[in-house]
Ligand binder design. Structure first.
Ligand code: NAP
Length: 295
């Protein structure tokens, strides 16, 4: 069997076009323009690229975006003050603090200071709690992107054994929590593996759907999966630089060999990656709709 490739770039493009229409309707019918503020502290070049791509996407969609650039030496107190002001500004629907933050600033303290109603990244404990009890408002973007990829590929999750490898707060734990909910696009039996898991291959081999978020290049090999498995590879690992100076990326799954056994598989790049920004935009539009009782 050779797997069908789940084209995350194409699925994300479809979602973006749907959102573009929704943003236009919101403006035309209700005079509402969603607004996302991005805060960047310091000069991390990767973070600058991420923020720029978010702003570019906002512009494409007709979402208002405001960028706040703060110097590396900004204190935690100063950053918290900026967030406090944005929290009470009624024209702003989403606040995104780009991580990583400089070492002298406690990341959680900052993320937890964001008004949960504007927490479009879905990292605030209130939103994490809502997700766990099955009353989600803003789901974290990458895990939600995984769910939407499965749904839009018509892959049945109900009753499936979903094995998640990785238990980070931004991918592994939330994706497992989303998959276990008694809800459409979920309702799975979920097993979570991590670095202390014994004989990991014996568990990954049981997966109907295998979601991998480890940060270990090509760790999941063909002998670790069963025939017909659906593989969602969240990993993004840089394994070199091309002669043209471009980053060479691979996932946590040995794509070339695993695709010969799987029924569906996401590539890296072009799988989960493009979904994250689409889900962020979706959360921002949702936040504006909730504010004006249009959800
Ligand atoms: P992370 O915080 O480093 O977590 C990695 C997880 O993998 C940990 O739970 C760790 O276990 C587990 N792990 C590591 N080695 C293992 C092993 N040999 N056996 C079993 N489990 C192992 O990473 P993350 O933030 O979740 O990100 C994971 C990957 O996804 C990275 O490549 C990252 O770049 C990528 N990512 C992509 C997107 C996107 O596409 N938009 C978004 C976020 C992340 P312990 O908990 O026991 O240490």
């Amino acid at each position: 069997m050779t797997a069908q490739i789940i084209d995350g770039s194409a699925i994300s493009k479809t979602i973006i076009e749907e959102l573009k229409q929704e943003v236009a309707r919101l403006k035309e019918d209700h005079g509402v323009v969603p607004c996302l503020v991005t805060i960047l502290v310091g000069n991390d070049s990767a973070s600058q690229v991420y923020v720029r791509s978010k702003i570019k996407m906002c512009n494409y969609l007709g979402i208002l975006s405001k960028q706040i650039d703060l110097p590396e030496e900004t204190s935690e107190e100063e950053l918290l003050k900026v967030i406090k002001q944005l929290n009470v500004d009624p024209s702003i629907h989403g606040i995104l603090v780009q991580v990583p933050l400089p070492k002298h600033i406690k990341e959680n303290k900052v993320l937890f200071a964001i008004d949960p109603d504007k927490d479009v990244d879905g990292f605030h404990p209130t939103n994490v709690g809502r997700m766990v009890i099955g009353e989600p408002v803003f789901l974290p973007c990458t895990p939600h992107g995984v769910q939407v990829l499965l749904q839009r590929s018509n892959i049945e999750t109900k009753g499936a054994h979903v094995v998640v490898v990785g238990r980070s707060n931004i991918v592994g734990k939330p994706v497992a929590n989303i998959m276990v909910q008694k809800a459409l696009g979920a309702n799975a039996t979920v097993t979570i593996c991590h670095s202390a898991t014994k004989d990991i291959a014996s568990i990954t081999r049981q997966a109907d759907i295998l979601i991998v978020a480890m940060g270990k290049p090509k760790y999941i090999t063909a002998d670790m999966v069963k025939d017909g498995v659906v593989v969602i590879d969240v990993g993004v690992n840089q394994i070199g630089i091309s002669p043209a100076g471009k980053r060479i990326l691979c996932g946590d799954v040995d794509f070339e060999n695993v695709k010969e056994k799987a029924s569906y598989i996401t590539p890296v790049p072009g799988g989960v990656g493009p979904m994250t920004i689409a889900m962020l935009m979706d959360n921002t539009v949702r936040s504006a709709k909730i504010k004006y009782n249009l959800d």
